[in-house]
Design a protein around this ligand. Structure first.
Ligand code: HEM
Ligand SMILES: N[C@@H](CC(=O)c1ccccc1NC=O)C(=O)O
Length: 287
């Protein structure tokens, strides 16, 4: 409803709402709030305690979760473009995704500003909740190629179960890359391409050889070389995210066990060694 404009004075009062239907009496959101559903977003923060850092913990965890979803959207698009041999478009999407990863990485600064005492003030109210149960994060790991059927377990009786299982059975971004390398005549073994889609990825000598060739004959494989470096940016950013999580946890939680049932820091140290696209890392020893 728009107010009628009078030529000189202030706008005239809006017409009254029809009493027989239509409006509910609640005014509509602004176009801004309506477009991005800001009212719904701002109704999602419910601290359980009066601890000063709890509102920030909730909001910044939500920010991180939204960034996982954005990354999933971007990496899904990149995977699909690679399957269509649209390498330039995939590279452009990956360029954007790496910038989103940088935002996620810098989000840790908020969490590391919390003292152990500040975190302890509200930690009990988290109960058994843990980032371990983040469906968006797990889907992202599966999408990039870190498949592990055991990681479905935290979702067994949850609403997220179906989407996490579906992601486990979808081809990963790296699967699309390996098929592309093969289509470009590089020596990717049949055993790699025919392995079960949900199996954990084992580094393969033929794939390492393929990347060596791409890097050694860079001019002949220009777009694959650019893809190799873009994927290395993604993998390095992810590794930094994991390590920063680990150091934040060392600082804020110390050696206490995690809410998700692990021994905490020791478990995070173990998973921090993981690298996506492993042959892009191992090939570097020969370059
Ligand atoms: C003070 C803040 C945080 C602490 C103390 C913390 C602690 C931990 C611990 C101890 C674990 C191991 C699992 C467990 O037993 O709970 C874990 C896992 C995890 N956390 Fe955090 N965390 C914090 C913040 C975050 C945030 C903000 C996110 C992102 C939303 C996050 C995402 C994750 C994920 C995804 C895992 C599972 C990692 C994997 O399976 O590879 N954490 N966290
Ligand atoms: N695993 C953490 C708790 C945690 O990270 C967490 C718990 C509830 C809601 C969000 C969390 N962190 C990020 O998603 C801990 O052991 O304290």
């Amino acid at each position: 409803m728009t107010a009628a404009r009078s030529p000189d004075g202030p706008p005239e009062a809006p017409e009254p709402r029809c009493p027989y239907g239509g409006g509910t009496g609640t005014p509509p959101p602004t176009a801004y709030a309506g477009y991005a559903e800001m009212d719904a977003l701002l109704a999602l923060q419910h601290p359980r305690t009066s601890a000063a850092t709890e509102p920030g913990f909730i909001i910044m965890s939500q920010v991180m979760e939204l960034l996982f979803e954005l990354l999933r959207t971007e990496f899904t698009a990149a995977r699909n473009r690679l399957s269509e041999d649209a390498v330039d478009e995939a590279l452009w999407t990956l360029r954007r995704a790496v910038r989103v990863q940088q935002v996620a990485l810098s989000s840790w600064d908020f969490f590391s500003a919390m003292t152990p005492m500040e975190f302890a003030e509200f930690r009990d109210s988290l109960g058994a909740a843990s980032g371990f149960q983040s469906a968006s994060y797990r889907r992202l790991e599966f999408l990039l190629g870190n498949k592990n059927p055991q990681m479905v377990q935290p979702h067994l009786n949850a609403s997220s179960h179906e989407v996490v299982v579906r992601q486990l059975h979808e081809p990963s971004l790296y699967d699309a890359v390996l098929l592309l390398l093969r289509r470009r005549g590089l020596p990717v073994a049949d055993t790699v391409l025919s392995r079960p889609v949900d199996a954990s990825y084992e580094p393969d000598a033929s794939v390492e050889q393929a990347w060596r060739e791409v890097y050694e004959k860079r001019a002949a494989h220009h777009s694959l070389f650019l893809l190799g470096e873009a994927l290395t940016d993604v993998a390095e950013s992810f590794a930094r995210w994991r390590y920063t999580h680990l150091t934040v946890v060392q600082r804020v939680l110390g050696g206490k066990p995690g809410t998700g049932g692990t021994d905490g820091v020791a478990w995070l140290e173990r998973i921090s060694g993981h690298r996506f696209f492993p042959e892009l890392w191992s090939a570097r020893s020969c370059l």
